[in-house]
Design a protein around this ligand. Sequence first.
Ligand code: SF4
Ligand code: SF4
Length: 310
Amino acid sequence: MLTRRTFLRTLAAGAATLVPLGGGRFLRRLPLGRRSPVPALVAAPTVDRTLVELNGLTGGAGAAAVAYAASPPQPTGPGIPGRRWVMVIDLARCDGCRECTRACQGMHFTPAGQEWIRVYELRDNEVAAPYWFPRPCMQCDNAPCVKVCPVSAAWKREDGIVMQDTSRCIGCRFCIAACPYGARSFNWVQPPETEAQQSLPYSDEWNQRHRKGTTEKCIFCPGLVKEGRLPACVAACPMGAIYFGDQEEDAVTNSQGETVRFSELIRQNAGYRFLEELGTEPRVYYLPPRKRVYPAPPDEPQPATRGVHP
Ligand code: SF4
Ligand code: SF4
């Protein structure tokens, strides 16, 4: 179990690489061109997924990366027009069952050990009962991971989703260092694929195929959302603790079919965004774990007292 302090310290380690989020600052701070020489000819996949060769790049890896990033991928366009997806997680309802994590793993065939939505057990002090804190990718509007990626493998859609194209990822892991939420995973080995997976085409809207040497993360299930369905984690939550919807429409829905006004839900329940002070502008909101709707977990057994006889 993590204490809130340990949890924050862990996240702060990731945030240590973070500087105040101004446009383009990350890229300038990273001396890409000084690391290692690269051939002048670089093969790069384009938006339509053909390979092209970038000729005449003389400035080393930095120049190659900048040229590569000059044509950011838009395979799914700006997302769904007029929408701005948002998630609300009610900590008073989450009972720590981790059905959300399992549903996400099943939907995306995530490699072993990866949890794109991870449920932390937190306890604020010795007197209070623990509570649970599901952490997906926050789909930051001012996303540090997007700023540092030298090849635009991560990008922000206009409907709010931070996409991840593993076919472009070169495995530098700058995004992992930049994310203050620890929301990204890295494939150190080639993940084994099931037969069902192998029959699927590559799609960054579904992210069901995985490749060694690339980073991955929660993407708010844009494939499901495009079909008018809730993300897998939201639909699977038996407590209805996760709401998902459109901030423009001011409506969010949970697995129980409860649709409520987003603005009222946040205002009336003191909703907050995690580590908001970093300026990441997350698209995930939390409701504090007050008046929980499930019984407090039983106390842990105390160690036997020595020297006391019945
Ligand atoms: S929470 Fe998501 S969008 Fe924000 S920095 Fe981390 S990976 Fe990027
Ligand atoms: S929104 Fe989709 S990708 Fe993100 S945690 Fe939920 S199930 Fe996983």
